[in-house]
Write a protein that binds this ligand. Structure first.
Ligand code: NAI
Length: 246
């Protein structure tokens, strides 16, 4: 068994499903204590029980007060915070820009963009108190590319890349590394619930690898960036996209 993350405390938002779940499993297998923070408490609790050395916390990451409580829970439960993956996200409706309902625009931006600021706002001080840390913000291939019908999501993911770079510059001198990961389309409930079979087949054609990605493939990159092996990597946006953007 790997001990790469022994003595580390990690927090994963949206950790109960898909990419977040894969990250939780890899961190726990590496010896980390993990807080699985998710809107879906039941799924988070079931996963925590399964992997061991993990706790579930119910959070809506769009609410700054709940995010503050989430970070406090990690520190209170395990004594510190060293690693965080700000991963919770939603797709939103598929509508052209001029037709995009403003209330739904606001919700997508709150969940996909503002949540990352709220998370870093409370995670960074906790990591400074622990002597350093590493954060991965889950962006998307749509953090640098446009996508018809998804203006709120695309705008939010572009912003995640920008705030990652800015915070990384600010905190690099004090030992907190901050990177963004940009997955191509990955086989998760997010894809299955929001795409028709035909649309999904079309997506596969956009990936030269000839398939969609697997959550474990995003987790592998994410956990590398979290680890001490990535000690000189900060402020970058790293793709895991089967050649989508090549
Ligand atoms: P998923 O739908 O499988 O899992 C998302 C998790 O986040 C769920 O457990 C859900 O309960 C939780 N969640 C949603 N809204 C929340 C909120 N307001 N507060 C707390 N938890 C909340 O999704 P998936 O595919 O694993 O996506 C994870 C991240 O990866 C998202 O940020 C997504 O934008 C990003 N991503 C996903 C891609 C894909 O193709 N699946 C591609 C590129 C990026």
């Amino acid at each position: 068994m790997s001990t790469e993350f022994a003595n580390k405390v990690a927090l994963v938002t949206g950790g109960a499903s898909g990419i977040g779940e894969a990250v939780v499993r890899e961190l726990a297998a590496g010896g980390a204590k993990v807080v699985i923070a998710d809107f879906n408490l039941e799924a988070a609790e079931a996963l925590a029980k399964e992997v061991g050395s993990a706790s579930a916390f119910k959070v809506d990451v769009a609410d700054a007060a709940q995010v503050e409580a989430m970070v406090a829970f990690a520190v209170d439960t395990y004594g510190a915070l060293h690693l965080a993956v700000n991963n919770a996200g939603i797709g939103g409706p598929n509508l052209p820009t001029a037709d995009y309902p403003l209330d739904q625009w606001k919700r997508v931006v709150d969940v996909d963009m503002n949540s990352v600021l709220y998370s870093m706002k409370y995670e960074i001080p906790a990591m400074l108190a622990a002597g350093g840390g590493s954060i991965v913000n889950m962006a998307s291939i749509l953090g640098t590319h446009g996508w018809a019908g998804s203006s709120a999501y695309v705008s939010s993911k572009h912003a995640v890349v920008g705030m990652t770079k800015t915070a990384a510059i600010e905190y690099a001198p004090r030992g907190v590394r901050i990177n963004a990961v940009g997955p191509g389309f990955i086989e998760t409930p997010l894809i299955h619930s929001e795409m028709t079979d035909e649309a999904r087949a079309g997506l596969i054609g956009l990936h030269p690898a000839g398939r969609l990605g697997r959550p474990e493939e995003v987790s592998a990159l994410t956990c590398f960036l979290l680890s001490d092996r990535a000690s000189f990597i900060t402020g970058s946006y790293h793709l895991v996209d089967g050649g989508f953007s090549a």
